[in-house]
Write a protein that binds this ligand. Structure first.
Ligand SMILES: C[S@@+](CC[C@H](N)C(=O)[O-])C[C@H]1O[C@@H](n2cnc3c(N)ncnc32)[C@H](O)[C@@H]1O
Length: 271
Protein backbone atom coordinates (compact mmCIF):
# COMPACT_ATOMS: atom_id res chain seq x y z
CA UNK A 1 0.00 0.00 0.00
CA UNK A 2 1.14 3.51 -0.80
CA UNK A 3 1.87 5.40 2.41
CA UNK A 4 -0.21 8.33 1.24
CA UNK A 5 -3.27 6.07 1.15
CA UNK A 6 -3.12 6.29 4.93
CA UNK A 7 -3.16 10.08 4.95
CA UNK A 8 -6.62 11.51 4.62
CA UNK A 9 -5.85 14.79 2.93
CA UNK A 10 -2.26 15.88 2.65
CA UNK A 11 -1.64 19.63 2.47
CA UNK A 12 0.97 21.35 0.35
CA UNK A 13 1.23 18.18 -1.71
CA UNK A 14 1.12 16.98 -5.28
CA UNK A 15 -0.78 13.75 -5.91
CA UNK A 16 -0.49 11.85 -9.16
CA UNK A 17 -3.63 10.20 -10.43
CA UNK A 18 -7.06 10.77 -11.88
CA UNK A 19 -8.73 13.94 -10.56
CA UNK A 20 -12.03 12.30 -9.61
CA UNK A 21 -10.42 9.19 -8.13
CA UNK A 22 -7.91 11.11 -6.06
CA UNK A 23 -10.59 13.41 -4.66
CA UNK A 24 -12.80 10.41 -3.83
CA UNK A 25 -10.03 8.54 -2.07
CA UNK A 26 -8.11 11.31 -0.37
CA UNK A 27 -10.17 14.42 0.16
CA UNK A 28 -12.85 14.31 2.86
CA UNK A 29 -16.15 16.19 2.66
CA UNK A 30 -15.92 19.96 3.22
CA UNK A 31 -12.12 20.04 3.44
CA UNK A 32 -11.21 22.47 0.65
CA UNK A 33 -11.76 26.24 0.80
CA UNK A 34 -11.30 27.08 -2.89
CA UNK A 35 -10.94 25.24 -6.20
CA UNK A 36 -9.14 26.90 -9.10
CA UNK A 37 -8.75 24.53 -12.00
CA UNK A 38 -8.36 24.12 -15.72
CA UNK A 39 -9.51 20.66 -16.84
CA UNK A 40 -8.17 18.95 -19.93
CA UNK A 41 -11.61 19.45 -21.49
CA UNK A 42 -12.72 17.68 -24.64
CA UNK A 43 -13.14 20.72 -26.90
CA UNK A 44 -9.41 21.43 -26.59
CA UNK A 45 -8.93 18.62 -29.10
CA UNK A 46 -10.88 20.61 -31.66
CA UNK A 47 -8.65 23.66 -31.28
CA UNK A 48 -5.58 21.50 -31.60
CA UNK A 49 -6.74 19.68 -34.71
CA UNK A 50 -7.72 22.88 -36.51
CA UNK A 51 -5.17 25.32 -35.17
CA UNK A 52 -1.93 26.41 -36.69
CA UNK A 53 -0.18 24.25 -34.13
CA UNK A 54 -1.76 21.33 -36.08
CA UNK A 55 -1.96 17.71 -35.17
CA UNK A 56 1.35 17.61 -33.37
CA UNK A 57 1.77 15.70 -30.18
CA UNK A 58 4.44 18.25 -29.31
CA UNK A 59 3.33 21.81 -29.97
CA UNK A 60 5.93 24.30 -31.22
CA UNK A 61 4.43 26.85 -28.85
CA UNK A 62 5.00 24.81 -25.74
CA UNK A 63 7.70 22.81 -24.11
CA UNK A 64 5.82 19.61 -23.26
CA UNK A 65 3.89 16.90 -24.99
CA UNK A 66 0.12 17.34 -24.96
CA UNK A 67 -1.80 15.72 -22.16
CA UNK A 68 -4.68 13.21 -22.18
CA UNK A 69 -8.21 14.59 -22.45
CA UNK A 70 -10.86 14.45 -19.71
CA UNK A 71 -14.10 13.44 -21.49
CA UNK A 72 -17.30 15.48 -21.20
CA UNK A 73 -19.11 12.34 -20.03
CA UNK A 74 -17.08 12.56 -16.82
CA UNK A 75 -17.90 16.19 -16.03
CA UNK A 76 -20.91 15.33 -13.78
CA UNK A 77 -18.68 13.09 -11.62
CA UNK A 78 -16.04 15.81 -11.48
CA UNK A 79 -18.53 18.52 -10.46
CA UNK A 80 -20.05 16.24 -7.82
CA UNK A 81 -16.61 15.64 -6.27
CA UNK A 82 -15.73 19.33 -6.42
CA UNK A 83 -18.97 20.18 -4.62
CA UNK A 84 -18.47 17.48 -2.00
CA UNK A 85 -14.92 18.47 -1.04
CA UNK A 86 -15.62 22.21 -0.76
CA UNK A 87 -16.55 23.71 2.60
CA UNK A 88 -20.14 24.92 2.87
CA UNK A 89 -19.48 28.48 1.71
CA UNK A 90 -16.89 28.49 -1.03
CA UNK A 91 -16.04 29.37 -4.61
CA UNK A 92 -14.81 27.34 -7.55
CA UNK A 93 -13.29 28.65 -10.79
CA UNK A 94 -13.12 26.47 -13.89
CA UNK A 95 -11.09 27.71 -16.85
CA UNK A 96 -12.56 26.68 -20.17
CA UNK A 97 -13.59 27.72 -23.66
CA UNK A 98 -17.04 28.85 -24.77
CA UNK A 99 -18.18 25.34 -25.72
CA UNK A 100 -17.19 23.67 -22.45
CA UNK A 101 -18.47 26.67 -20.51
CA UNK A 102 -21.96 26.08 -21.96
CA UNK A 103 -21.84 22.43 -20.89
CA UNK A 104 -20.60 23.29 -17.40
CA UNK A 105 -23.27 25.97 -16.96
CA UNK A 106 -25.91 23.29 -17.52
CA UNK A 107 -24.27 20.63 -15.34
CA UNK A 108 -23.02 22.68 -12.38
CA UNK A 109 -26.46 23.40 -10.84
CA UNK A 110 -27.22 19.67 -10.95
CA UNK A 111 -24.18 19.19 -8.69
CA UNK A 112 -25.49 21.88 -6.32
CA UNK A 113 -23.49 24.91 -7.47
CA UNK A 114 -24.82 28.37 -8.15
CA UNK A 115 -23.49 29.51 -11.51
CA UNK A 116 -22.72 33.22 -11.30
CA UNK A 117 -20.97 34.19 -14.50
CA UNK A 118 -17.90 33.60 -16.58
CA UNK A 119 -14.98 35.94 -16.17
CA UNK A 120 -12.96 36.71 -19.26
CA UNK A 121 -9.21 36.33 -19.46
CA UNK A 122 -7.81 38.58 -22.19
CA UNK A 123 -4.50 37.11 -23.28
CA UNK A 124 -1.98 39.90 -23.57
CA UNK A 125 1.62 40.29 -24.59
CA UNK A 126 4.14 40.72 -21.79
CA UNK A 127 5.05 44.20 -23.04
CA UNK A 128 3.50 46.79 -25.36
CA UNK A 129 6.41 49.18 -25.32
CA UNK A 130 7.01 48.81 -29.06
CA UNK A 131 3.39 48.71 -30.16
CA UNK A 132 3.40 52.19 -31.75
CA UNK A 133 -0.29 52.41 -30.86
CA UNK A 134 -1.91 55.83 -31.36
CA UNK A 135 -5.34 55.20 -29.86
CA UNK A 136 -6.66 53.22 -26.87
CA UNK A 137 -8.20 50.76 -29.34
CA UNK A 138 -4.90 50.28 -31.16
CA UNK A 139 -3.13 49.85 -27.85
CA UNK A 140 -5.69 47.25 -26.71
CA UNK A 141 -5.38 45.45 -30.05
CA UNK A 142 -1.59 45.52 -29.84
CA UNK A 143 -1.70 44.04 -26.38
CA UNK A 144 -3.80 41.04 -27.32
CA UNK A 145 -1.96 37.82 -28.16
CA UNK A 146 -3.62 35.32 -30.48
CA UNK A 147 -3.89 31.72 -29.44
CA UNK A 148 -5.34 28.50 -30.82
CA UNK A 149 -8.08 28.13 -33.43
CA UNK A 150 -8.16 28.33 -37.21
CA UNK A 151 -10.14 31.55 -37.62
CA UNK A 152 -11.06 34.40 -35.26
CA UNK A 153 -8.12 33.10 -33.26
CA UNK A 154 -8.69 32.68 -29.53
CA UNK A 155 -7.46 35.64 -27.54
CA UNK A 156 -9.76 35.14 -24.61
CA UNK A 157 -10.69 32.33 -22.30
CA UNK A 158 -13.57 31.92 -19.90
CA UNK A 159 -13.34 31.25 -16.20
CA UNK A 160 -16.64 29.96 -14.91
CA UNK A 161 -17.34 31.32 -11.44
CA UNK A 162 -19.30 28.88 -9.24
CA UNK A 163 -20.43 29.16 -5.66
CA UNK A 164 -21.34 26.58 -3.03
CA UNK A 165 -23.44 28.21 -0.32
CA UNK A 166 -22.55 31.87 0.11
CA UNK A 167 -19.09 33.37 0.44
CA UNK A 168 -18.46 37.08 -0.11
CA UNK A 169 -15.67 38.05 -2.48
CA UNK A 170 -12.80 39.80 -0.69
CA UNK A 171 -12.88 42.72 -3.12
CA UNK A 172 -16.21 43.55 -4.73
CA UNK A 173 -14.68 46.17 -7.00
CA UNK A 174 -12.69 43.79 -9.20
CA UNK A 175 -13.83 43.74 -12.85
CA UNK A 176 -14.87 40.52 -14.61
CA UNK A 177 -12.16 40.96 -17.24
CA UNK A 178 -8.62 39.98 -16.31
CA UNK A 179 -5.76 41.09 -18.54
CA UNK A 180 -2.85 38.71 -18.15
CA UNK A 181 -0.03 37.64 -20.45
CA UNK A 182 -0.13 34.40 -22.40
CA UNK A 183 2.66 32.04 -21.34
CA UNK A 184 5.20 31.43 -24.10
CA UNK A 185 6.90 28.09 -24.40
CA UNK A 186 5.44 26.84 -21.15
CA UNK A 187 3.42 23.76 -20.30
CA UNK A 188 0.63 23.23 -22.90
CA UNK A 189 -2.19 25.70 -22.06
CA UNK A 190 -0.22 26.99 -19.08
CA UNK A 191 -1.95 29.81 -17.27
CA UNK A 192 0.01 32.84 -16.04
CA UNK A 193 0.36 33.58 -12.33
CA UNK A 194 -1.18 36.99 -13.06
CA UNK A 195 -4.46 35.24 -13.94
CA UNK A 196 -4.51 32.89 -10.97
CA UNK A 197 -3.56 35.47 -8.34
CA UNK A 198 -6.74 37.61 -8.39
CA UNK A 199 -8.91 34.47 -8.16
CA UNK A 200 -7.07 33.21 -5.08
CA UNK A 201 -6.95 36.65 -3.46
CA UNK A 202 -10.64 37.30 -4.00
CA UNK A 203 -11.95 33.90 -2.90
CA UNK A 204 -9.68 32.65 -0.12
CA UNK A 205 -7.82 33.84 2.96
CA UNK A 206 -4.30 33.07 4.20
CA UNK A 207 -4.10 29.62 5.76
CA UNK A 208 -6.98 28.19 3.71
CA UNK A 209 -6.64 25.23 1.35
CA UNK A 210 -6.70 25.73 -2.44
CA UNK A 211 -7.18 22.68 -4.69
CA UNK A 212 -6.34 22.28 -8.37
CA UNK A 213 -7.24 18.76 -9.58
CA UNK A 214 -5.79 19.38 -13.10
CA UNK A 215 -2.56 21.03 -12.02
CA UNK A 216 -0.47 20.95 -15.21
CA UNK A 217 2.50 23.25 -14.61
CA UNK A 218 1.57 23.71 -10.94
CA UNK A 219 0.97 27.46 -11.21
CA UNK A 220 -2.03 27.36 -8.84
CA UNK A 221 0.08 25.71 -6.14
CA UNK A 222 2.91 28.14 -6.63
CA UNK A 223 0.67 31.22 -6.39
CA UNK A 224 -1.24 29.78 -3.42
CA UNK A 225 2.02 29.15 -1.60
CA UNK A 226 3.29 32.64 -2.35
CA UNK A 227 0.03 34.07 -0.96
CA UNK A 228 0.37 31.92 2.18
CA UNK A 229 -2.47 29.54 1.40
CA UNK A 230 -2.20 25.78 1.67
CA UNK A 231 -2.45 23.93 -1.63
CA UNK A 232 -3.19 20.52 -3.04
CA UNK A 233 -2.42 19.64 -6.65
CA UNK A 234 -3.53 16.60 -8.63
CA UNK A 235 -2.62 15.56 -12.17
CA UNK A 236 -2.24 12.31 -14.10
CA UNK A 237 1.31 13.46 -14.80
CA UNK A 238 2.88 15.49 -12.00
CA UNK A 239 6.37 15.80 -13.48
CA UNK A 240 6.16 19.48 -14.40
CA UNK A 241 4.28 20.64 -11.29
CA UNK A 242 6.66 18.72 -9.11
CA UNK A 243 9.72 20.27 -10.71
CA UNK A 244 8.23 23.77 -10.48
CA UNK A 245 7.17 23.55 -6.86
CA UNK A 246 10.50 22.04 -5.85
CA UNK A 247 12.49 24.56 -7.87
CA UNK A 248 10.64 27.48 -6.32
CA UNK A 249 10.24 25.99 -2.87
CA UNK A 250 12.28 28.69 -1.19
CA UNK A 251 10.94 31.62 -3.13
CA UNK A 252 8.23 34.02 -2.15
CA UNK A 253 8.86 34.01 1.59
CA UNK A 254 10.77 36.76 3.31
CA UNK A 255 12.68 34.24 5.42
CA UNK A 256 13.55 32.19 2.34
CA UNK A 257 11.94 29.16 3.96
CA UNK A 258 9.34 28.00 1.50
CA UNK A 259 7.03 25.17 2.47
CA UNK A 260 8.30 21.97 0.98
CA UNK A 261 5.86 19.59 -0.63
CA UNK A 262 5.03 15.95 -0.61
CA UNK A 263 4.72 14.07 -3.82
CA UNK A 264 3.08 10.76 -4.47
CA UNK A 265 1.77 8.58 -7.24
CA UNK A 266 -1.72 7.29 -6.66
CA UNK A 267 -2.28 5.88 -10.14
CA UNK A 268 -5.75 4.92 -11.34
CA UNK A 269 -7.94 6.26 -14.11
CA UNK A 270 -11.57 5.35 -14.02
CA UNK A 271 -15.14 6.57 -14.43
C1 LIG B 1 -5.35 22.34 -19.34
S1 LIG B 1 -4.09 21.48 -18.54
C2 LIG B 1 -3.82 22.38 -17.08
C3 LIG B 1 -2.83 23.49 -17.29
C4 LIG B 1 -2.60 24.29 -16.02
N1 LIG B 1 -3.72 25.14 -15.72
C5 LIG B 1 -1.37 25.17 -16.13
O1 LIG B 1 -1.47 26.39 -16.02
O2 LIG B 1 -0.29 24.62 -16.34
C6 LIG B 1 -4.93 20.07 -18.01
C7 LIG B 1 -4.15 19.09 -17.17
O3 LIG B 1 -5.04 18.03 -16.81
C8 LIG B 1 -4.28 16.83 -16.75
N2 LIG B 1 -5.22 15.72 -16.84
C9 LIG B 1 -5.78 15.13 -17.92
N3 LIG B 1 -6.64 14.16 -17.56
C10 LIG B 1 -6.65 14.15 -16.20
C11 LIG B 1 -7.33 13.39 -15.22
N4 LIG B 1 -8.20 12.44 -15.56
N5 LIG B 1 -7.10 13.66 -13.93
C12 LIG B 1 -6.19 14.61 -13.55
N6 LIG B 1 -5.49 15.35 -14.42
C13 LIG B 1 -5.73 15.14 -15.73
C14 LIG B 1 -3.29 16.92 -17.87
O4 LIG B 1 -2.16 16.11 -17.62
C15 LIG B 1 -2.98 18.43 -17.85
O5 LIG B 1 -1.83 18.68 -17.10
Amino acid sequence: MNLLDLIECPEDAILEGDAVEVMRRHVPDRRVDLIVTDPAYESLEKHRSKGTTTRLAQSAASSNRWFPIFRNARLPALLAEMYRVLVDDAHAYIMCDEETCAILRRLAPEAGFTVWKSLIWVKTRRTTSESGAATPHELAAAQVRIGMGYHWRNSTERILFLEKGKRPLADLSRPDVIFAPRVDRGYPTEKPAELVEPLILNSSSPGELVLDPFAGSGVVGEVARRLDRHWLLVDVDTTTASARLTRNADMGRPDGLGRGHRDASLGGDSD
